[in-house]
Design a protein around this ligand. Structure first.
Ligand SMILES: NC(=O)c1ccc[n+]([C@@H]2O[C@H](COP(=O)([O-])OP(=O)(O)OC[C@H]3O[C@@H](n4cnc5c(N)ncnc54)[C@H](OP(=O)(O)O)[C@@H]3O)[C@@H](O)[C@H]2O)c1
Length: 270
């Protein structure tokens, strides 16, 4: 029986993936900042809920140890925990900037480092990193969020070289617009009344998001793609999730910078 450890399993993509793998007969180490937010996930067979804040090194160590202790092995690590900081760079304090990178990038690397000795000993394992369409393309006022997701893309691709010879796979999952708490409590929008110069761009961003997010996919759609990535036996690195992700990233590949970005700017108009 295989085991997956998931970060950010309290809601959205992480919670849907925990349920999907459990239903397929896997063991699930469902980690989250507040274990009391697990709901009935905690009652399911072969699910171990463990506290983990990806910015708290002690909690990472303890949760990984608890997972290995309970199930004997971790086959797949899903680095999913993350949130979106949007707004003008000038509107963010350095503390808020660091929090975004600490969560989406440094936390992901710290959890990966905590699991790697175990996978290296086993000469087996898969690390699945949740990136985004926003790891390949950018939206206005997304300096922070896209900075983190482009980092996730680059670090994952680079990491795969050193792990592949050791039997450990790296997969990148790129969801499009997904119906979760991401646009709600996981959206850290910075506003500064003194920075009115950026107000027109905030309006443009609102128009663009309104158009792109008009038909979001379900978190279960992403869970299906994560399932495929976990069971892939070849060396495929990237997996898109959602029809919008396939369409946008195909267009990104087919077009040069000016053409693609010009198309997005058109969508920002009324
Ligand atoms: N929704 C989208 O449109 C979309 C698109 C592309 C990529 N993504 C990516 O998908 C991932 C999951 O997001 P989601 O859409 O499922 O949103 P979500 O429902 O808001 O879930 C975000 C999860 O991350 C957790 N989290 C945040 N900071 C954390 C920390 N310091 N330590 C541990 N967990 C932390 C949250 O925990 P709490 O419950 O404790 O807050 C929550 O479980 C993120 O990496 C996001 O960037 C989302």
């Amino acid at each position: 029986m295989k085991t997956i450890l998931i970060t950010g399993a309290s809601s959205g993509i992480g919670a849907a993936t925990a349920r999907h793998f459990q239903a397929q007969g896997w063991n699930v180490v469902a980690t989250m900042r507040r274990p009391d937010s697990a709901g009935d996930l905690a009652e399911l067979d072969n699910v171990r809920v463990a506290r983990m804040d990806v910015t708290d090194p002690g909690s990472i160590k303890d949760a990984v140890a608890a997972g290995i202790d309970r199930f004997g092995r971790i086959d797949v690590l899903l680095n999913n925990a993350g949130y979106g900081a949007y707004g003008a760079l000038e509107a963010f304090s350095m503390e808020r900037i660091r929090r975004q990178f600490d969560t989406n990038v440094i936390g992901l690397m710290e959890v990966t480092k905590a699991v790697l000795p175990h996978m290296r000993k086993n000469r087996a394992g898969t690390i699945i990193n949740i990136s985004s369409i926003g790891g390949q393309i950018t939206f206005p006022l997304g300096t922070l969020y896209h900075g983190t997701k482009f980092a996730v893309e680059g670090l994952s691709e680079a990491l795969h070289y050193e792990l592949e010879p050791l039997g450990i796979r790296v997969r990148i999952v790129e969801p499009g617009m997904i119906k979760t708490n991401f646009g709600g409590r996981s959206f850290d929008f910075a506003m500064d009344e003194d920075l009115q110069d950026y107000a027109p761009m905030a309006d443009a961003m609102g128009r663009l998001f309104g158009k792109l997010a008009s038909n979001p996919s379900s978190p279960e759609t992403v869970a299906d793609v994560i399932w495929a990535a976990a069971n892939e036996t070849g060396d495929r690195l990237r997996f898109r999730a959602g029809a919008d992700a396939v369409d946008l990233l195909d267009r990104r590949k087919a077009q040069d910078d000016a053409t693609f970005i010009g198309g997005l700017k058109q969508l920002m108009q009324d």
